[in-house]
Design a protein around this ligand. Structure first.
Ligand SMILES: Nc1ncnc2c1ncn2[C@@H]1O[C@H](COP(=O)(O)OP(=O)(O)O)[C@@H](O)[C@H]1O
Ligand SMILES: [Mg+2]
Length: 246
């Protein structure tokens, strides 16, 4: 089954002369359980694709289907029981005056869970933090620990599809691999499907089964991981990206 189908997606900001066409005619699909990468240089429209899927980019046309169902411009609350997003910057994505317990507890409550205590404890275990972090505040956490909390918050509604927007690029190099390993483990344990944005081909090559190469708002090519390993691309721009990577 297809977890995600994106057909002829266009996303724009502003209007008239100020209009920016951030994504143009993007088409791709992601199978259930697959890990799919979006790569391309800064400004190529990668984040905008994720934001359109999750309802954070209001102006779009085309078709977005999740688990076979076309989604409209308004996302019902139940949508977020299926689709969750992890943002690039764990410093900006956590409220400074909310403890870890509040962040996770409130998310669980919002999604109608009752056994909040047990679930908070389990989520902290799932992301490798453990209970001693439960009553801490963001300023008492490192970047990697914050990103683990953001990942726990995304897992709280028990989603099927995680949209990951450069989840390690704001972190120290030394903790990037830890978070990538955690994400790889969580995908198996929770049977998740990933769409992961990265400007780093080695990250995508390590984490993803297939990837779309973006340039100036368009998907120029979709490659399998074998093609990536053998630097086997058709489009000159993807070849250029592959050759530039180590
Ligand atoms: N909120 C916004 N308002 C206006 N333009 C935006 C907005 N968000 C993104 N853009 C523009 O859309 C294009 C794609 O941006 P983005 O999706 O963030 O690229 P990427 O994630 O690949 O770096 C860029 O030209 C960017 O300036
Ligand atoms: Mg981006």
């Amino acid at each position: 089954m297809k977890m995600l189908e994106v057909q002829d997606l266009n996303v724009w900001f502003g209007s008239g002369r100020d209009r920016v066409d951030a994504v143009k005619h993007a088409t791709f699909d992601v199978a259930q359980g697959e890990s799919f990468g979006l790569v391309g240089e800064s400004g190529s429209g990668k984040s905008t694709i994720l934001r359109a899927i999750t309802g954070l980019a209001p102006d779009w046309s085309g078709t977005i289907k999740v688990e076979g169902q076309a989604i409209g411009h308004k996302r019902p609350k139940t949508f977020f029981k299926t689709v969750q997003m992890v943002f690039q910057d764990p410093y900006a994505s956590l409220h400074p005056r909310h403890s870890v317990d509040q962040v996770l507890g409130e998310t669980l409550q919002l999604h109608g869970f009752r056994d909040i205590d047990a679930r908070v404890v389990r989520l902290l275990d799932d992301v490798g933090l453990g209970q001693k972090f439960r009553f801490r505040y963001p300023h008492q956490l490192s970047g990697g620990q914050r990103q683990r909390v953001a990942i726990a918050r995304a897992l709280a509604p028990e989603p099927d599809l995680l949209l990951l927007d450069e989840p390690t690029s704001a972190l120290d190099v030394s903790v990037q691999a830890e978070i990538l390993n955690l994400l790889a483990d969580l995908r198996t344990e929770h049977r998740l499907t990933y769409v992961m944005v990265s400007h780093d081909l080695s990250v995508v090559g390590h984490m993803c089964d297939r990837l779309a190469v973006m340039k100036d708002g368009e998907i120029v090519e979709v490659l399998g991981v074998d093609a990536l390993r053998h630097k086997n691309a058709e489009h000159p721009y993807s070849r250029h990206l592959l050759e530039a990577s180590v």
